[in-house]
Design a protein around this ligand. Structure first.
Ligand code: TEU
Length: 557
């Protein structure tokens, strides 16, 4: 099997918000097909499509009711086959989202399962009796607020759901469930799909004795160590690898929620035959204040030292027997320049600087739709948000428990709420940003008049062309793929500087991630400029005065 994914750059599409061709306000597969030329021009090697399967859309497709059918909102199965075909003709691979920690409650398996205690599908999910007082089987929380258990009157038991109550968790202990999953994977791979992004894969193996959390800081429902990395996790993934993955030339990336570096090594060590790489979350917590009742909705100012420390730890840990993913954005995160940077005065400079520090690292870079034109967060009112996580958290934290004021909650949502990344793709300055001829399912970000693809393509200095160059560099200089990583100036609170080394080339990546002027000087090698964000960045890193968010890549052969 080839390691093509090591040199690849992956572009994530959130189809619902990418491009609508039939005027219903939802993006569709024909929209993706229409934009393949654009993706080819950007230079990406693969596209990861967020879920397009049949779904009641309680969690925008992460609640699947039929794994073998494309949701009519997105098109038909024939459209999907055509997309695979046309993408392949352009040399772009297609990675689908595998959401098998849970299904929709409208999936046939769950509809059967809830009918009776002895239904053949009962064991496809986790059903447990109430405690003697009628309450939930334990104090586990759901990521979308409240308990992870919902009572079903029909049979007098609770079922488990880590996310919304419409997303019951599958019971992977049941061999039949695992078989179903492997079969559906083969179905799509036989249609030409080139790989999988595996949703919440860290959660598929459960602690089936469902232990109570002891330390909850006074919270009624708690999310902690039992929610991920269950006892049979790696056994299940190895089985999946044996049964399916090893038979195809494919790429796999697991969403390793709740996983630390140790777990990531296990997932990605090629000798263990599990996955190619995983998404970790540590580096996305550099503005998060842990351990408060507000959970993920408690922020602190962005801490660059922490970001550097975490990225460096992961670079080191997975440098030999493993592989990293490189990302700042996806459909669950706020836009990076709005969160960690400056999305007003220095929007363009800032986007280029964050892109540079990320794409210079060792691993496979992911670009999320709109990141390549520097799209920014949306400052919406409560009524404009659509995300089930945000709306549930509002009810829980603001309305029911008064943990946050409405004002404080909205401030946090405007930084990290998931809808920030889900507003329609900004194609041009025309109506609805060129996304749809109908009414978009979520409001278009008013910034589209200035920030859009048409504009970016006209300006040779745009963020778009900068990404295009970064992608080209990765394809043409092996040191981006193979080089060893070394952090310089670890304690500098403004600069992110590191080197990459392999034979015969060395790289020096320099970024000022602050709004102050910063001095920098490195004469250790005969450095020459490869790429820079300011038009007049010095040709060698000597006596530099780095301006706000100025960034450069130097090399030496
Ligand atoms: O996300 C799982 C996850 O762990 C989180 O990032 C989650 O979205 C949330 O923000 C926690 O606070 C995956 C998908 O990426 C997400 O879109 C889905 O909602 C979720 O799984 C359920 O399928």
């Amino acid at each position: 099997m080839s390691d093509w994914w090591k040199k690849a750059v992956v572009y994530q599409i959130y189809p619902r918000s990418f491009k609508d061709t039939d005027g219903d306000g939802f993006g569709d597969l024909n929209g993706v097909i229409e934009k393949l030329d654009y993706l080819k021009f950007l230079g990406v090697d693969a596209v990861w499509l967020s879920p397009v399967y049949q779904s009641p859309q309680k969690d925008n497709g992460y609640d699947i009711s039929d794994y073998r059918r494309i949701d009519p909102r997105f098109g038909s199965n024939e459209d999907m086959y055509r997309l695979i075909d046309e993408a392949h003709q352009q040399g772009i691979r297609i990675v689908m989202d595998l959401v098998v920690n849970h299904t929709s409650n409208q999936h046939e398996w769950f509809r059967e399962s809830r009918k009776s205690r002895d239904n053949p599908y009962r064991d496809y999910y986790f059903w447990r009796d109430p405690k003697p007082d009628g309450s939930e089987p334990n104090n586990w929380g759901s990521h979308f607020s409240g308990s992870a258990w919902t009572f079903d009157k029909e049979t007098g038991q609770y079922y488990l759901h880590y996310f919304a109550k419409e997303q019951p968790d599958l019971n992977w202990e049941n061999e039949k469930v695992r078989r179903e999953v492997y079969d559906l994977m083969k179905f799509w791979m036989d249609k030409g799909v080139d790989g999988w992004r595996m949703d919440v894969i860290g959660g598929i193996s459960k602690y089936t004795d469902f232990p109570e959390y002891k330390e909850t800081g006074g919270q009624k429902y708690f999310i902690g160590k039992y929610h991920a990395n269950g006892p049979r996790l790696h056994e299940f993934i190895q089985e999946m690898n044996r049964e399916v993955l090893s038979k195809y030339d494919c790429m796999t990336v697991g969403e390793a929620n709740g996983s630390d570096i140790e777990a990531a090594r296990k997932y990605t060590d090629p000798g263990r035959h599990e996955l190619n790489m995983v998404f970790s979350f540590d580096h996305m917590n550099a503005d998060h204040r842990p351990g408060t009742p507000a959970g993920k909705w408690a922020l602190k100012p962005f801490d660059l030292l922490e970001l550097k420390r975490v990225l460096t730890d992961w670079q080191r840990a997975l440098s030999e027997n493993g592989w990293n993913t490189l990302y700042f954005e996806n459909h669950d995160q706020g836009r990076v320049i709005s969160r960690y940077g400056n999305d007003t005065t220095y929007r363009v400079e800032c986007a280029k600087a964050f892109a540079t520090v990320l794409h210079g690292l060792k691993g496979t870079p992911y670009v999320y739709q709109g990141e390549e034109i520097g799209m920014i967060n949306c400052d919406y009112d409560l009524a404009d948000y659509r995300d089930v996580e945000t709306l549930n958290a509002y009810h829980d934290l603001v309305m029911n428990n008064r943990i946050l004021s409405e004002r404080a909650f909205l401030d946090v949502v405007r930084k990290i709420g998931r809808d920030n990344a889900r507003t329609p793709m900004q194609w041009d300055g025309g109506p609805n940003s060129g996304f749809t001829a109908g009414t978009p399912w979520i409001k278009v970000n008013p910034s589209y008049k200035e920030i859009n693809v048409a504009q970016a393509l006209k300006d040779s200095d745009s963020i778009f062309y900068y990404y295009k160059k970064l992608i080209q560099l990765r394809h043409t200089h092996d040191v981006f793929t193979d080089g060893d990583y070394q952090l310089l100036l670890a304690d500098d609170p403004s600069l992110f500087v590191y080197t990459r080394h392999s034979e015969p080339e060395d790289l020096l990546i320099v970024a000022n991630l602050s709004e102050r002027e910063e001095k920098f000087d490195d004469r250790s090698k005969e450095w020459q400029l490869l790429l820079a964000s300011y038009p007049d960045t010095p040709s060698a890193p000597v006596d530099m005065s780095l301006r706000p968010y100025e960034t450069a890549i130097y090399h030496c052969v």
